[in-house]
Design a binder for this molecule. Structure first.
Ligand code: ATP
Ligand code: MG
Length: 561
């Protein structure tokens, strides 16, 4: 194997073994099977990258399959959002499939099962059935309807389908083994009556198949070779195989279910049900709130698909669950944004700075490099004048030698401009500094001489010219949860850990070149982080999100270890 080739993950090992044992590469097919009951999140991103990544590695088709067997919770809005997100991640599916398209086949197969004595209609209450089911350590017992005659089962099942019974009156169960050590094999329910309209089949059906009676058959109908799911389905594998045993023909490919560990991330939750709760309770503004760990939230926040894919590649897939530090994702975002984002200047907490020896009314346009990481990004002009804003925290009256920013009597360079020296400052009645008076060195202009001929100073500050700057709304984000593992407390609900200060809206002062920015544009505000233009932008007001700060907490964690 070439040295540069990445080591294989355990799923790839399974596929390699299959290929060695004579499986044809042409027979490989994968699927990504979301249930359209919410928006995709970072956990799904791992599964998307795994399945579509295998498709790319083996040049095999990957289906996008909506697992839409539950009419109560599924909506078209989610289907559309899921398609948008997978596309945005940069993947192309082969077929767009719906489990609901197989309702007829699934029904016919169920009838076949009944005819061969392997399924029956149970008419007990769910409590009675639960009681007969036993426990992991005690076998279950047969219920009174287990040996119902085939004809009666066929009749009842058809009438269930025709809507003659109310919900909960009857279910169809597989007749397997009430004493199986695997609880899921104790005559699992295959169908239940539901009088609910479905987003695709409308009111055609009054019965809906369960996940276990759907997933393997859908894989089989689509001829998916490797059906990859998360570990909680490991005990379902026996049932998956039992269902296939009943219907697979010899000349067709038989799908295999294999399991990998769910991805969990620190400081957030990745469960659609919990994310829905945040939306419904108004903790966030919607599924695409920039604080959400959803793909649409991350997109709105300014994350790139490349960053998410690099992150998924780095963490790979695991056999056991663990929590990945979300700062690793942020590391990948910074790394990519550093390459592609134009640099601009903006001041978020302004302090007025007056250059007393710069003529009043004069202005000049300084040349600024757009991206030192990308020469093709070119240059732009930024206006300079006698009155500027700098960040409040960049000035102190007094400070020790480690403070490389501006202090009285000290010098700094203004980015793309001149060296200035702080001479004095003005305070308000409460003692807050409200203005700094400086002088500038006209011979120190950036780019006006060779590197060597220019005087050097330790600190460089970003700034904007007060007269030229314009105001924009800037949204700064903190983690949505205060706790590293909000989901991991037995006695406390994850909602208790919501960070009440995760959104801070402020007014920023931006260099004029940003006036033309449009929704989605990404920038580095020098020394402040990466920002993008939010969809809440209007003709009157630009709105920016901070995607991520410049500080690299992941690098710090790495150094400590
Ligand atoms: P949720 O708990 O958020 O509802 P789910 O597993 O029910 O998740 P599905 O829409 O059924 O969501 O998932 C589609 C695919 O994505 C499945 O193959 C599932 O195993 C996978 N998946 C979901 N969450 C994760 C995760 N956290 N890590 C890895 N894969 C995941
Ligand atoms: Mg699910």
């Amino acid at each position: 194997m070439e040295e540069t080739k990445k080591s294989l993950n355990f799923i790839e090992h399974i596929i390699e073994e299959d290929l060695e044992e004579g499986y044809s590469n042409d027979a490989l097919r994968f699927r990504f099977p979301p249930e359209p009951n919410g928006y995709l999140h970072l956990g799904h991103a791992s599964s998307i990258c795994l399945n579509f990544g295998l498709g790319e590695t083996y040049n095999a088709p990957v289906n996008l399959r909506f697992d839409d067997t539950n009419p109560a919770k599924e909506e078209k809005e989610y289907v559309d959002a899921i398609k948008r997100d997978v596309e945005w991640m940069g993947f192309k599916w082969d077929k767009e499939c719906y489990a609901s398209d197989y309702f007829q086949e699934l029904y016919d197969w169920a009838v076949m099962l009944i005819k061969s004595g392997k399924a029956y209609v149970d008419s007990q209450s769910s409590e009675a059935m639960a009681e007969q089911k036993g426990t992991p350590t005690e076998p279950g017992v047969d219920g009174p309807y287990r040996n119902r005659p085939v004809e009666e089962n066929l009749d009842l099942f058809e009438r269930m389908k025709n809507g003659e019974f109310e919900e909960g009156k009857h279910v169809l169960r597989a007749k397997i083994d009430m004493a199986s050590p695997n609880m899921l094999m104790r005559d699992p329910i295959l169908y239940r009556v539901l009088h609910k309209a479905h987003h695709r089949t409308n009111t055609d059906w009054c019965i809906y198949p369960m996940y276990d009676w759907t997933h393997g058959q859908s894989d089989y109908l689509e001829q998916v070779s490797h059906s990859l799911c998360t570990l909680e389905f490991l005990p379902h594998r026996e049932l998956y195989d039992w269902c296939l045993d009943q219907l697979v023909s010899n000349n067709k490919l038989r799908p295999k279910q294999r399991e990998f560990a769910r991805r969990n991330l620190s400081h957030t939750v990745v469960s659609k049900r919990k994310l829905l709760k945040l939306v419904e309770e108004g903790v966030v503004s919607g599924w695409d709130d920039p604080r959400m760990p959803t793909i649409s939230g991350l997109r709105r926040r300014g994350y790139t698909p490349e960053a998410i894919r690099n992150f998924a590649d780095t963490i790979g897939i695991a056999k056991r669950e663990n929590i990945v530090d979300v700062s690793l994702l942020e590391f990948h975002v910074r790394e990519h944004l550093n390459k592609i984002s134009p640099r601009v200047m903006a001041v978020l907490n302004p302090l007025k700075l007056v250059i007393t020896n710069y003529p009043e009314g004069q202005e000049e346009w300084l040349t600024a490099e757009n991206n030192p990481e990308d020469e093709s990004a070119g240059f732009r002009e930024v206006p300079f004048s006698r009155e500027l804003y700098i960040e409040q925290e960049d000035f102190r009256e007094e400070a020790n030698r480690k403070f490389f920013r501006l202090k009285l009597g000290g010098e700094v360079r203004l980015k793309n401009g001149y060296i200035i020296k702080a001479e004095s400052c003005t305070k308000d009645a409460e003692g807050n500094i409200i203005e700094v008076q400086c002088t500038y060195d006209p011979k120190s202009k950036s780019g006006s001489g060779t590197e060597e001929s220019l005087r050097k100073v330790k600190g460089t500050l970003h700034w904007v010219s007060t007269r030229h700057a314009f105001e924009a709304e800037v949204r700064l984000y903190d983690r949505l949860f205060n706790d590293e593992n909000p989901d991991g407390h037995k006695d406390k609900d994850f909602m208790e850990f919501v960070n009440q200060n995760s959104l801070n809206k402020i007014t920023g002062f931006l260099e004029p070149s940003l006036k033309d920015a449009i929704v989605g544009d990404r920038f580095q505000f020098q020394r402040l982080g990466y920002f993008n233009v939010d969809k809440d932008t209007t003709a009157e007001k630009l709105v920016f999100n901070r995607t991520v700060t410049l500080r690299d907490t992941w690098a710090k964690i790495q150094q400590k270890n």
